[in-house]
Design a protein around this ligand. Structure first.
Ligand code: NAD
Ligand code: DAU
Length: 331
């Protein structure tokens, strides 16, 4: 396996994955529709082939499958808040797009790796010690997570019904360089850098099991190289003891900002996610690198803050627009 086709390779996780995969010696083709979340600057200077197009278009899906031995499928509409405003692109890209790629992978005898999320399992109570693992029943809450759950079911059906050589991973919340400023952590960092006050939804007691994007992507590469066909792997960095309030306080401390404000909560806000990643740790020997004893996030956040400080040209052009859309919703 030497040539990877990476859908959504111009987005946050996909473009960081392209870098990690190039470091491991792969040839890369990126297939991306360059929606608002896809950024050509994310691929600047990288030795990759780019096919611009919508994965829900059967012709683009066929070209994607004919360009590599393996499709790594990141392309998705990925933001919960947007899915509450207009779910339709989520249904098209996340469900129909995955369907077209599965069909194309099958017809061209190409391996498939599906990038999914812990949100398909729904949420846990704030003080519930249970964690999600590969056997947890699906119970998605939002239009975003429902469409990701639908895509996961398609992948499993194609494995069982048609014998597609596929694997899947369900990861927790990522953070790191090149994440769109609509998302929690880059929003707060760029709020501070642009003289705004960080914004916390509701109580801020919600918990996300944060993982640095490079740790997620190393896990995906390990699955591609050593994972068992037909298997699902849950990926997380054991940060399920850190709530949003603590994350925002740590960002304020690291950046010398005076404080934050509470804003309107998200409708149907999932309370707590937590991942048990023992399977990938035991089977493939994967471990996250960005960890520390205090919050598990200090070194990863320092790395992320430094990137946004050094790359104002990347986020400045979209910041005002994102903030005015949030302001209209009282957020
Ligand atoms: P993102 O929104 O930053 O990037 C998505 C990319 O997909 C963009 O480049 C966009 O242009 C492209 N795209 C969207 N629709 C497309 C279409 N129809 N055809 C082709 N390209 C299209 O997303 P992200 O945060 O990098 O997430 C990538 C994947 O990882 C998604 O599948 C998401 O569900 C999953 N995931 C994300 C997280 C997280 O914390 N961000 C955690 C676990 C899993
Ligand atoms: O769990 C994995 C998921 O993580 C991925 O599947 C999604 O693609 C990704 O967007 C992310 O979903 P979340 O909804 O958890 O991420 P978001 O960054 O939008 O919000 C993280 C938490 O922070 C959530 O509890 C809402 C809160 N929040 C968010 C924003 C944008 C705030 O308190 N303030 C904010 O400004």
């Amino acid at each position: 396996m030497t040539r990877l086709t990476i859908t959504g390779g111009a987005g946050f996780i996909g473009s960081n994955f392209v870098r990690s995969a190039l470091n491991r010696g792969y040839d890369i083709t990126v297939v991306d529709a360059f929606t608002y979340a896809g950024n050509r600057a994310n691929l600047e200077g990288l030795d990759v082939e780019v096919i611009e197009g919508d994965v829900a278009d059967p012709d683009i899906a066929r070209r994607a499958a004919q360009r590599g031995d393996t499709i790594v499928h990141f392309a998705a509409e990925s933001h919960n808040d947007n899915s509450l405003k207009d779910p339709s692109p989520f249904v098209r890209t996340n469900i129909l797009g995955t369907f077209e790629l599965l069909q194309a992978a099958l017809r061209n005898d190409v391996r498939f790796h599906h990038i999914s999320t812990d949100e398909v399992f729904g949420d846990l109570e704030i003080d519930e010690p249970r964690k999600f693992n590969e056997d947890t029943a699906y119970h998605p809450s939002s239009p975003y997570s429902a469409t990701k759950a639908g895509s996961d079911h398609l992948v499993n059906a194609w494995i069982r019904s048609f014998g597609l050589a596929a694997t899947m991973s369900n990861c927790s919340n990522n953070y790191g360089p090149r994440q769109h400023v609509e998302k929690f952590i880059p929003r707060q960092i760029t709020n501070i850098l642009s003289g705004r006050t960080p914004k916390l939804y509701g109580s801020g007691l919600q918990v996300r099991d944060w993982i640095h994007v490079d740790d997620h992507n190393e896990a995906v590469l390990d699955i591609l190289e050593r994972g068992r066909i037909g298997q699902t792997y849950a990926i997380g960095a054991d940060n399920d003891h850190v709530n949003n309030l603590q994350v925002i306080e740590l960002i304020c401390e690291l950046m010398g900002a005076p404080g934050y404000e509470h804003v309107a909560d998200r409708a149907g806000h999932d309370q707590r996610y937590a991942i048990d990643s023992s399977k990938i740790r035991e089977e493939l020997g994967w471990r996250p690198r960005f960890t520390d004893t205090e919050t598990g996030m200090r070194s990863g956040l320092e790395n992320t803050i430094a990137w946004y400080r050094e790359n104002e040209d990347w986020w400045r052009p979209v910041k005002d627009h994102v903030e005015s859309a949030y302001a209209q919703k009282g957020q």
